[in-house]
Design a protein around this ligand. Structure first.
Ligand code: ADP
Ligand code: MG
Length: 263
């Protein structure tokens, strides 16, 4: 076979195997191999390396889009000094994602503005980076979605959807009271994931007050049982980060004014 038809044959092999990045890189890599006198092994390694990189990027971006994270926060962005109520070592341990292996849940409990969503999103980001299927939702969205699903006869599909991700973030539980159907939806999502995959949940209500968001205190108790059975709980009772920044700014302004007044 001529060099030319061999080349065409190779291209069609790559196309048949859907190795389109390698197919595209082929002419350039052949030239490179010739110029640098690469052996077969080195050439093949480079060519397939191109395909592996492309696949990795594609996979990452699919995971990324699927997860629907509301912001790009990472653990490195979190200012631990500003929030001493958050155990830095514990957060760093969670950042290793070992907690996903035994389906440990993580609860961030605290008033608005203390960084609950930020930490939950940062863990979700780490999970995406590690290649795990990850999904972010607020409790309100989860409940609305389950409600629609019930009306449209897609309840089972929707439960399978929420069972799927290796890490599920349910943000803002407790901001809205959950009536029977809504509580049942949340309860079932927690139950289907129980001991199988990790859920990260944020709430403004201490677990002692969970009875208040659910009409049925038994449902609240059963849900907490499953959530807490294997869990890491952060009680973040510090100041709101935004308020703190605001206060620091006012403080600086005041000091500036006072300094000027003295001169
Ligand atoms: P919560 O979910 O507890 O209401 P958020 O996570 O939304 O609070 O945080 C509110 C804002 O303050 C966000 O912009 C967040 O990035 C920022 N923030 C909160 N805590 C910290 C922190 N310790 N370091 C850096 N930014 C923080
Ligand atoms: Mg929040």
């Amino acid at each position: 076979m001529s060099e030319d038809s061999l080349y065409q044959q190779l291209r069609s092999h790559l196309a048949y195997l859907r190795l389109s990045a390698a197919a595209e890189a082929l002419p350039g890599e052949l030239d490179y191999a010739k110029a640098h006198k690469l052996g077969h092994t080195a050439f093949l390694e480079r060519l397939l390396g191109v395909e592996v990189d492309a696949t990795e990027i594609r996979r990452r971006s699919i995971l990324e889009r699927f997860a629907r994270l509301p912001s790009p926060w990472r653990l490195a962005d979190f200012d631990f000094d500003a929030q001493p109520a958050v155990d830095r070592n514990m957060v760093n341990e969670l950042g290793t994602l070992r907690f996903l292996e035994d389906a440990t849940n993580v609860l961030f409990i605290g008033p608005p503005g203390v960084g609950k969503t930020m930490l939950a999103v940062a863990l979700a980001r780490a999970s995406i980076d590690a290649g795990y299927r990850t999904y972010y939702t607020t409790a309100a969205d989860l409940v609305a979605r389950c409600h629609r699903a019930a009306l449209e006869g897609r309840w089972a599909t929707t439960m399978r959807f929420f069972a799927g991700p290796r890490l599920l973030v349910i943000d803002e539980v407790g901001y809205l009271p959950l009536a029977n159907e809504a509580a049942a939806a949340l309860f079932q999502v927690i139950t289907t994931r129980y001991l199988k995959s990790s859920t990260v949940l944020t709430t403004n209500l201490g677990v002692g007050s969970w009875g208040k968001i659910f009409d049925d205190p038994m449902v609240a108790a059963a849900m907490l049982d499953r959530l807490l059975h294997r869990s890491v709980v952060f009680n973040i009772d510090g100041d709101s980060y935004r308020m703190r920044a605001h206060r620091a700014r006012s403080e600086r302004l005041r000091e500036g004014v006072a300094a000027r007044a003295e001169n």
